[in-house]
Design a protein around this ligand. Structure first.
Ligand SMILES: NC(=O)C1=CN([C@@H]2O[C@H](COP(=O)(O)OP(=O)(O)OC[C@H]3O[C@@H](n4cnc5c(N)ncnc54)[C@H](OP(=O)(O)O)[C@@H]3O)[C@@H](O)[C@H]2O)[C@@H](O)CC1
Ligand SMILES: Nc1ncnc2c1ncn2[C@@H]1O[C@H](COP(=O)(O)OP(=O)(O)O)[C@@H](O)[C@H]1O
Ligand SMILES: [K+]
Length: 565
């Protein structure tokens, strides 16, 4: 389990570590700057050649003919806070390796916070600090330079203005002119991005948000922040490297509520976490009491692996439910039954084999059966009175249930259904369905973020989970999963887990089936949702481009094999 922090949590952790006497702010800044330099060398090993002493001949792309060539070059853009302080450390460490380093400061050095000020002075012993403006950076002199964006990090509180905007525009202009820069490296985050929400902080909608230049590499400290993995963060940040600055113990203490003096214990327990590869050897990837593993026990028969019901719509509308049922069966539910209106039985029977079929008239009896322990309702289900009363019966049965698609629309529209939701419910909205569940939260999420920290997808998902008293899986390339009690996790399908071909009709139905299948196998709602979200993307990665929803469940055997099941 890896925590994902907000800016405030990171600040509180840093403050707790400093207060405990284990470390000073200056130590942390030095480690942060060193971490940035090391991450640059890891990303571009050819740049590690300058280790001090005489500068070697630069590779061709770094050569600057007008200036006659020289050592590697960096342009370091420092802001008025500690992010800028990190920038001064990076400048010094690169200069010590004989890089040509030019440093620009946005703001008045007199107003730098103490640690940043110390590092400003240390740099001043080595070189100049120029005032920052878009025009002050001369593209011809800096051709091929590594540009370090240390303007703003976790302290961004409002939209950029003045010279900071000029510089961002200038950096945006460099994009695509490959000779113009070697790389743009962001310290903690690309400046202008809110690290809590992954949204740019901007004055107005539209083009005003385009002032955040996308980095090639973002180097952050100790843990990823939420803004690296949700919203537009993954697109702006490029690759994210996390460097250890010695705060692991402080993070753990906070997560376990041991540093209550410095950190609001509620906030600490509410750390979000990254959804990770499931741990197959007993329990899920995190250890919850009674957690069930993905590996099936050898001594159990099908009735011990649970029985999932998938409720289907009428004739010609059963595809979505069949996809969900197939997902539930493949993920390991012992039995899966499609519950189908009378007039759709023949059609359904022609399409399924291992999945059982029962008529909707039998639904009450099935819901009374204790062996039925999970239900999936919504995909292709319909919104008619029959659908409403069936959903009502499902909720009254208090069985664990996944509500997707039409079931979400009904719950959003009908207060009496909403009142029947309980802790065993998992809601799986996409953006449009989320807006039906909570128009207010959806509106806040869509509002241009004019100050930081901005309202985030994590805030919205947590809010709705708490309000409805169930687990909510807010889908997308960034899938956020929240539990009524505040637990929250994120699966970010970006970079090495990018699976854009999941945006295909029916893939959400399969996810709903995956979750229902895991609920049937005894997974707790949060654990089922996290595990299903990970497996869903894993199946898409396994198949690759060209994927259609039908392919997803069929990848599970190979994915399970890779997991060593
Ligand atoms: N926490 C940790 O463990 C560690 C943190 N470290 C580093 O510190 C960074 C956080 O530093 P930070 O708190 O000083 O904030 P930072 O992002 O530099 O900016 C704050 C300054 O900017 C100003 N300001 C804000 N918005 C503005 C705007 N639009 N336009 C103009 N000004 C604006 C704001 O002014 P104010 O809002 O008060 O007016 C304030 O002066 C973090 O990202 C990481 O790099 C590492 O050293 C190691 C360990
Ligand atoms: N760009 C993307 N990258 C990764 N996953 C995505 C992307 N777009 C959609 N998804 C995933 O695909 C699924 C789509 O679900 P949904 O919108 O309900 O589709 P449908 O209703 O057609 O089944 C969700 O699990 C969502 O997280
Ligand atoms: K930055």
């Amino acid at each position: 389990m890896t925590e994902l922090l907000t800016s405030a949590q990171m600040r509180a952790i840093e403050a707790a570590a400093i207060a405990s006497g284990e470390v000073t702010g200056l130590d942390l800044m030095e480690r942060a700057g060193r971490g940035v330099v090391e991450a640059i060398f890891e990303a571009w090993p050819e740049l590690a050649a300058n280790r001090g002493g005489a500068a070697p001949a630069p590779p061709g792309y770094l050569g600057n003919e007008e200036e006659g060539g020289g050592s590697f070059r960096a342009v370091v853009l420092c802001g008025p806070g500690n992010n800028g302080g990190d920038g001064f450390v990076v400048a010094r460490l690169l200069a010590e390796r004989s890089w040509e380093v030019e440093v620009f400061l946005y703001g008045n050095p007199e107003n730098l916070p103490p640690d940043a000020r110390v590092n400003y002075e240390r740099w001043r012993a080595l070189g100049e600090v120029n005032p920052l403006s878009g025009r002050s950076i001369d593209i011809r002199r800096h051709a091929g330079a590594v540009i370090i964006d240390a303007l703003f990090g976790t302290g961004l509180s409002r939209p950029l203005e003045g010279a900071a905007v000029d510089v961002q525009r200038f950096l945006l202009g460099l994009k695509g002119r490959s000779a113009a820069r070697k790389a743009l490296v962001a310290v903690d985050c690309p400046s202008g991005l809110c690290l809590d929400s992954g949204l740019p902080i901007q004055k107005g909608a539209g083009a005003a948000g385009m002032y955040v230049p996308a980095a090639d590499l973002t180097v952050t400290f100790q843990r990823r922040k939420l803004g690296h993995v949700i919203g537009q963060g993954p697109l702006y940040c490029g690759r994210v490297a996390v460097v250890d600055i010695g705060l692991d113990k402080a993070v753990r203490d906070a997560a376990e509520g041991r540093s209550a003096d410095a950190i609001d214990p509620i906030a600490a327990r509410a750390f979000a976490r990254e959804v990770a590869r499931p741990n197959t050897s007993g329990g899920a990837y995190y250890s919850a009491p009674g957690a069930v593993g993905l590996r099936k026990r050898v001594d159990l028969h099908k009735y011990h692996q649970g029985h999932a019901l998938v409720l289907s719509g009428g004739p010609g509308r059963g595809g979505a439910a069949r996809l969900a049922a197939r997902g539930a069966l493949r993920i390991g539910a012992g039995l899966v039954t499609l519950v189908v209106p009378h007039d759709a039985v023949a059609e359904t029977a022609a399409r399924v084999d291992a999945i059982m079929i029962r008529e909707a008239d039998d639904a009450a009896a099935l819901l009374d059966d204790d062996r039925v322990n999970a239900v999936c309702v919504g995909p292709g289900f319909g919104l008619d009175p029959r659908a409403v009363s069936l959903l009502e019966a499902v909720l009254d049965s208090k069985k664990r249930v996944v509500l997707d698609a039409d079931a979400l629309t009904m719950v959003g529209a009908q207060r009496h259904l909403r009142a029947k939701l309980h802790g065993g419910c998992v809601l799986t909205p996409h953006e449009g369905e989320f807006a039906r569940l909570s128009p207010q939260a959806a509106k806040k999420l869509k509002t241009t973020a004019k100050s930081g920290p901005a309202y985030s997808k994590v805030d919205a998902t947590r809010e709705v989970a708490a309000e409805f008293g169930c687990t909510v899986v807010f889908k997308g390339a960034d899938t956020v999963i929240a539990h009524a009690a505040g637990l929250c996790s994120v699966h970010s399908a970006h970079h090495d887990r990018a699976a854009p071909w999941l945006a295909t009709a029916g893939s959400g139905d399969v996810l709903a089936g995956f979750i229902a299948g895991l609920l049937a196998r005894g997974f707790a709602p949060m654990q089922a949702a996290e595990t299903a979200a990970w497996l869903h993307v894993e199946c898409a990665l396994k198949f690759g481009p060209g994927l259609i929803a039908e392919d997803l469940p069929e990848q599970l055997p190979a994915v399970f094999r890779d997991l060593g099941l």
